[in-house]
Ligand binder design. Structure first.
Ligand code: UDX
Length: 439
């Protein structure tokens, strides 16, 4: 692998920052990761991943062993860095749809006094357009210097974060400075060697690329979910329909999986922040459709709960098994998880809800302690009245409907992701329903 040998600081060591730090160190750069959370920093320094992400722990340990990577809580350590990436979280504000930028401002205030005169500050968090200019102004006010803040949005998917960072679809850089462009091209030389496209543009465009990409993905999912409701009412099949429209290369077959909808730490809050930012800029009408995208998504969760009520008539005291707690497979992230949201609604309706997940039970329990959790997949189905498959971990596709059918009280299944083999489950005596599927 090409050694680029830049000295890099990564501010904020969550999913994005921790993965970026490890991959940049793996590529030969000297990297310091800065975070305010001492426990997380100690864990990372001892080679333990604070979250489940395939491959991450191995890459982390390799980078630590090479001496190229270190984590710290001391902002003074950014003084050695040529390139400083801002990777802190930008969650949704409480009681408001806008992004909460408080972590950005405290990170900027912490690092500003320690920046080297020639340092290049690069934002990577997902932010409303115009944030880079505000960061630049704040840093320049505090330092009396003239930094030009660049933007380099990330597009990594949880569960694929390492491969998406090593080998992204594209690299987007917002800067008008030739020097910043040169340094970032040097940093990303291993990616450029793999012919990954690099797009240089102005800063506001780079900021908008990220939110637009996520808004488009969310719209695509809500589109197919809206059609799934029509399909269900008309006796059509949404899976066959999605395959047929997806073969048109103008549409494409990705992100057309109808089901319980999107969740996680990005798509839901990013579309809400985009609505808020569009309104602030005076383009409320243009972002109004995203409110509908959000509502269609929430309605999918309600549709599953309504279907459960219809299938069992009365949920009170019934044993319900929910397969999956994470917002998507190969992750232990339960932020805005559709599966947990549905599980919680069924609990409020009086059902005894037992949740299984291969990786996310602990994070789910911390969020919803009132639900019951069971890590033994063989035992969970005993005497159950309804099974809901809500996060499509591959192990659920291997379940044996005959064996499970022999221990449940009631062989009724809702596949909220439309990926199980309906024919196989029905042949084993199960009543199977999906969103947008024929009853
Ligand atoms: C997303 C973007 O894909 C990524 O580029 C960005 O950087 C961060 O946000 P992520 O949140 O990891 O990444 O998840 P993603 O794989 O995009 O899935 C988001 C949600 O949509 C999941 O809950 C998933 O289950 C759901 N989804 C996805 C569907 O319901 N249907 C689909 O067809 C695809």
């Amino acid at each position: 692998m090409t050694s680029t040998n830049s000295t890099v600081a990564v501010v904020g060591c969550g999913y994005l920052g921790a993965v970026l730090s490890a991959v940049l160190a793996e590529q030969g750069n000297q990297v310091i990761g800065l975070d305010v959370d001492q426990a997380k920093v100690s864990q990372l320094n001892s080679g333990i991943a604070p979250f489940f992400e395939p491959e991450f722990q191995d890459v982390l340990q390799g980078a630590l062993a090479s001496g190229k990577l270190n984590f710290t809580v001391d902002p003074k350590e950014v003084s050695a860095a040529q390139i400083i990436f801002i990777c802190v979280g930008t969650p949704q504000q409480a009681g408001n749809s806008a992004a909460d930028l408080s972590q950005i401002w405290s990170a900027v205030d912490a690092i500003a006094p320690h920046l080297a005169e020639s340092a290049i500050v690069v934002g990577r968090s997902t932010v409303p357009v115009g944030t880079a200019a505000k960061i630049e102004q704040r840093i320049n006010q505090k330092t009396g210097r003239n930094y030009q803040v660049a933007w380099n949005p990330e597009f990594l998917r949880e569960g694929l974060a390492i491969s998406d960072t090593r080998c992204p679809d594209r690299i987007v850089i917002g800067t008008t400075s030739a020097e910043v462009e040169r340094e970032l091209r040097k940093l990303y030389q291993p990616q450029l060697d793999k012919q990954i496209p690099i797009l240089i543009m102005d800063v506001p465009t780079a900021e908008l690329v990220k939110v637009s990409a996520n808004a488009f993905l969310a719209t695509k999912i809500s589109f197919i979910n809206a059609v799934s409701e029509i399909a269900e009412l008309a006796g059509a099949d949404i899976v066959a329909l999605a395959e047929a429209i997806g073969l048109d290369p103008r549409i494409g077959n990705k992100f057309l999986a109808a089901g319980v909808g999107f969740g996680g730490g990005c798509l839901p809050k990013d579309i809400r922040a985009f609505i808020s930012s569009g309104e602030e800029l005076g383009a409320a009408e243009s972002v109004k459709f995203l409110t509908e995208v959000d509502q269609i998504n929430t309605r999918q969760r309600t549709r599953v709960v309504t279907l459960a009520k219809k299938l069992l008539t009365d949920l009170s005291g019934k044993k319900v098994v929910v397969l999956g707690a994470a917002f998507k497979p190969n992750s232990d992230d339960v932020r805005d998880s559709p599966a947990l949201d549905v599980a919680h609604s069924l609990h409020l309706l009086g059902a005894q809800v037992f949740v299984h997940d291969p990786k996310a039970i602990e994070s789910a329990r911390a969020r919803f302690p009132e639900l019951s959790y069971q890590s033994d997949l063989a035992a969970i189905f005993q005497d159950c009245d309804l099974v809901l498959h809500l996060t499509e971990w591959s192990i659920y596709r291997e379940l044996d409907p005959v064996a499970i059918g022999s221990i449940v009280r009631n062989p009724v299944l809702i596949d909220g992701r439309n990926v199980l083999d309906f024919g196989k489950w029905r042949a084993a005596g199960w009543q199977v329903s999906g969103l947008g599927k024929k009853a």
